[in-house]
Design a protein around this ligand. Structure first.
Ligand SMILES: [Ca+2]
Ligand SMILES: [Ca+2]
Ligand SMILES: [Ca+2]
Length: 353
C-alpha cells in the first residue's frame, strides 16, 4: 500500500511552479496559513509539492556562518541570523554547522532547524518556519541548556507516525540536538543529546529528555573525550547517535554507534543498542582511531556508518576511511523521507584532538 506521504511526493514531483518567491525577513504568521496541510513532501519550504535544498555554510564571513536555500522554483537565498530578524551571529558561531528541514508545526510547509554550536561558547539552535511564499517567519533562537556544550553540532528531526485504525498519521515531530562537547559528571567532552517535541501549531520546542551514556537505557558509560552525539540520524522512533571518540576494548577512538528507541506510550524512556566494528554482523574489527560513527545515516531501515580514519596507519598516514552498511529492518520502524545528514566531520572535533 502506498502511504499518503509517498503519493504526495510522487504527485509533487510533477509540479513545477515558476512564480517568483521571496526569501527574506520575518513577516506575519498569517502567511503560514496558506501552506497545504496535506502536503507531506519532505523539505518543501514553500509547500509547492517539490522539495527544496538547504546547505549549511558555517565558515563563511569569519565563521559567523549562514545557510544557502535553493527553492524548487530556482530562487536562491542566503539565510543568516540577521535575515531571520534575530541578533547577528558573532565570528566563530559556526551558524549552519548542522541544518535540517522538517515540518515542525505540521502546517504543510517545511521549516528550518539550524545549529550554531559555538554561539556564546555553548551553542544554540535556530527555528524558522516556511510559508507558501517562501518567506521564513516566526524565527526563534534556543540557547544551549545548562551544562550543554557544542549544542547544535548535529541535528536530526524524526516524524513518528502512528496507526489510527485507518491510516498512518503524524502527531508530532521529534527534534534531536547533539551537544558532543558536554561534560558528563567528571568526564570532559563525553557528550550529550537533547530530545525536543514539536506539535501542530507549535512555534517553540518542548524539552523531553537529555541523554548521555550515563542515562538509563543508554548502553556503555561516559568517558573523557568520546563525544557522544557528534553525529545523528534517525527515522520513526529510532535515534542513531555517533560516538567516534569511543574506546573499544583497548583501542582509543575506535568509535561506536548507539541506536535509541522509545514507544508512543512512553516517548521519554529510551532503550539502546550499541554497535561497534566488533559487533556481530559488522564487517572488520575495531581498531584505534577508526572513528566508526564519524558519520551516520538511516533511511528506510538501512543504516550506513562511516569510519573516516579506518586503515590510516596501513596507508602511511593517509586517512582512507570506510563505510559500514548494516541492514536493519524490524517491526515498528517506518520509512519517512527525512533528509539524512551529510557525511562530514565537525570542525570542533578536529580542534579537540
Ligand atoms: Ca518547494
Ligand atoms: Ca511548517
Ligand atoms: Ca563510553
Amino acid at each position: 500500500m502506498t502511504s499518503p506521504s509517498l503519493r504526495a511526493a510522487r504527485l509533487g514531483a510533477a509540479v513545477l511552479l515558476t512564480l517568483p518567491v521571496l526569501l527574506a525577513g520575518p513577516t506575519s504568521a498569517a502567511e503560514a496559513a496558506a501552506c497545504d496541510p496535506l502536503n507531506h513532501v519532505a523539505g518543501d519550504i514553500n509547500s509547492d509539492g517539490v522539495s527544496d535544498v538547504v546547505t549549511g555554510v558555517p565558515r563563511i564571513d569569519n565563521k559567523q556562518g549562514g545557510v544557502d536555500v535553493l527553492l524548487s522554483n530556482g530562487t536562491r537565498s542566503f539565510i543568516t541570523a540577521v535575515s531571520l530578524g534575530l541578533p547577528a551571529s558573532a565570528p566563530g558561531d559556526y551558524f549552519g554547522t548542522a541544518v535540517t528541514t522538517a515540518d515542525l508545526n505540521l502546517d504543510g510547509c517545511a521549516d528550518l532547524v539550524i545549529g550554531a554550536p559555538e554561539r556564546n561558547g555553548t551553542g544554540a539552535i535556530y527555528l524558522a518556519f516556511g510559508t507558501s511564499s517562501g518567506t521564513l517567519v516566526n524565527a526563534t533562537i534556543r540557547d544551549a541548556p545548562t551544562g550543554a556544550r557544542g549544542f547544535g553540532s548535529s541535528l536530526v528531526v524524526l516524524a513518528p507516525e502512528e496507526w489510527n485504525g485507518t491510516s498512518w498519521v503524524r502527531t508530532h515531530q521529534r527534534v534531536v540536538v547533539g551537544a558532543p562537547q558536554s561534560d558528563v559528571y567528571s568526564h570532559p567532552f563525553a557528550g550529550a543529546i537533547y530530545v525536543f517535541h514539536s506539535a501542530a501549531g507549535d512555534t517553540a520546542l518542548t524539552n523531553v529528555a537529555q541523554l548521555t551514556q550515563a542515562s538509563l537505557g543508554v548502553p556503555d558509560v561516559p568517558e573523557d573525550g568520546e563525544a557522544f552525539g557528534t553525529t545523528l540520524a534517525g527515522e520513526g522512533r529510532t535515534i542513531v547517535v555517533g560516538t567516534p571518540g569511543e574506546s573499544v576494548g583497548t583501542a582509543p577512538d575506535a568509535g561506536s554507534v548507539t541506536l535509541l528507541s522509545s514507544t508512543a506510550a512512553d516517548p521519554s524512556t529510551f532503550t539502546g543498542k550499541r554497535i561497534t566494528q566488533d559487533t556481530a554482523g559488522v564487517p572488520g574489527y575495531a581498531e584505534e582511531y577508526d572513528q566508526f560513527g564519524g558519520a551516520v545515516a538511516l533511511r528506510d531501515g538501512h543504516l550506513v556508518i562511516a569510519a573516516p580514519h579506518r586503515e590510516r596507519r596501513r596507508h602511511h598516514g593517509r586517512r582512507r576511511g570506510a563505510t559500514r552498511d548494516v541492514e536493519r529492518r524490524h517491526e515498528g520502524l517506518h520509512p519517512w523521507p527525512q533528509p539524512a545528514p551529510g557525511l562530514r566531520r565537525h570542525s570542533w572535533l578536529k580542534r579537540a584532538q
